[in-house]
Design a protein around this ligand. Structure first.
Ligand SMILES: [Zn+2]
Length: 398
């Protein structure tokens, strides 16, 4: 019996358990984007859930405490636009766990991301990666995935033309609403969570092909029938308009080509309850970047919700500093950026009861910085000291 128990404990401690106990003591804690910080506060996580937050907490004996002088504790960050499509993720089902953990740290968890949304990759691979993370074998963020995106017929973007033919062959190009419906069903059958459409596909740098409205509608209807959010890559006015009229929920980028996109049109996007992921770093070399920032700010001023996302994984440079700098240049303050990273995506994904705030009952997902974003320096968001998911430290800076 003893041997059996010991074996069980070894199994439990080596793998399979990701929910842990942890105490973060004597830190500055932002419980939500619109609450004042609590100084010298502690956060207690038990069995992966936050069980106490505040000053003068009694930490039960045996609970691991993080050395955390000067720590600034925030709810775990989301990145709502990433991709697991680089060759290093291939065969995620069989790569060594330590390698996957390291790759996830380099790409995502070193920036504090505890939840990410993959907007296009091979679903069989990404779902294998997710399974290994959720089993506790690999330390990483929670992954939502779109699986295979849908493109307009004969309009694969020029920047994907050099992808391996096997990858290009996989990309969905529905010619009819029925085909769109089938492709969405196929993704969902593999275990995907959201739908991704290229409603404005960049065939060549000067030629953007919009998706047919009836095809957008069919894909959106099927996604919504399964309770899924639908994301679109809009590119220009036409690609944004078909997304809006077709019922798409989230613009996966700010429109990059602003011709014809005026305040009245932006107000229509807001009236259609659309959400926008700015991805400003991606456009930071555009001559028009100041106007793209202005369009993001206008959308937000008119009541449009924003979510943080960067196209990381399509962008091979994993540094987040430029995105935070651009959001600051767009006129968003640190509380607005924090909402983009936490409460806003949690609300859209209907998981606000578990994620987005540091409060009792929430998942023990924390992003712990060594600098305070309230300082006004946007790079504070990149000074990640620990990333904690379900009470488990999945990244530490040293
Ligand atoms: Zn992307």
């Amino acid at each position: 019996m003893k041997i059996f128990l010991l074996a069980l404990m070894l199994v439990v401690s080596c793998c399979g358990v990701r929910a842990q106990d942890l105490a973060v003591v004597n830190a500055k804690v932002y419980t939500s984007p619109d609450s004042p910080p609590v100084n010298k506060a502690s956060v207690l996580i038990q069995a992966g859930k936050i069980t106490a937050v505040g000053r003068h907490l009694t930490i039960p004996p045996g609970v691991k405490t993080l050395p955390c002088d000067g720590c600034v504790v925030l709810a775990g960050f989301w990145n709502t636009h990433v991709h697991f499509m680089e060759p290093k993720w291939a065969d995620a089902a069989h790569l060594p766990a330590e390698q996957l953990t390291r790759q996830l740290q380099e790409m995502l968890t070193h920036s504090g991301f505890t939840t990410v949304v993959d907007l296009g990759s091979d679903p069989s691979n990404t779902i294998a990666l997710r399974r290994r993370i959720e089993s506790g074998e690999v330390a990483g963020p929670h992954i939502y995935t779109a699986g295979i995106p849908l493109y307009p017929k004969d309009a694969i973007p020029f920047y994907l033309k050099d992808a391996p033919p096997s990858v290009v062959a996989m990309l969905g190009q529905p010619a009819t609403p029925a085909e769109a419906d089938t492709l969405v069903k196929r993704n969902i059958a593999l275990g995907t969570d959201v739908v991704k459409l290229f409603t404005g596909s960049i065939l060549t740098p000067s030629h953007v092909v919009p998706m047919r409205l009836d095809i957008v509608r069919a894909a959106v209807e099927e996604g919504h029938r399964h309770g899924q959010l639908v994301f679109a890559h809009p590119t220009n006015l036409e690609g944004t308009r078909v997304a809006m009229e077709g019922g798409v929920d989230v613009l996966a980028h700010a429109p990059e080509n602003l011709a014809g996109i005026d305040d009245a049109f932006i107000a229509q996007l807001v009236a259609h309850h659309m959400v926008m992921i700015p991805t400003l770093k991606l456009f930071s070399q555009d001559a028009d970047i100041a106007n793209i920032r202005a369009a993001v700010k206008r959308f937000h001023q008119l009541g449009g919700p924003l979510m943080f996302g960067t196209d990381t994984g399509f962008l091979a440079d994993y540094d987040m500093g430029e995105e935070y700098r651009q959001l600051s240049l767009a006129g968003l303050n640190y509380r607005e950026v924090l909402a983009m990273l936490t409460t806003s995506p949690a609300q859209r994904f209907r998981v606000s009861e578990h994620k987005g705030r540091v409060a009792v009952g929430m998942n023990g997902d924390l992003t712990i910085l060594s600098a305070d974003p309230a300082s006004g320096d946007p790079s504070a968001f990149t000074q990640v000291r620990y990333t904690v998911r379900n009470g488990r430290v999945i990244y530490r800076s040293h």
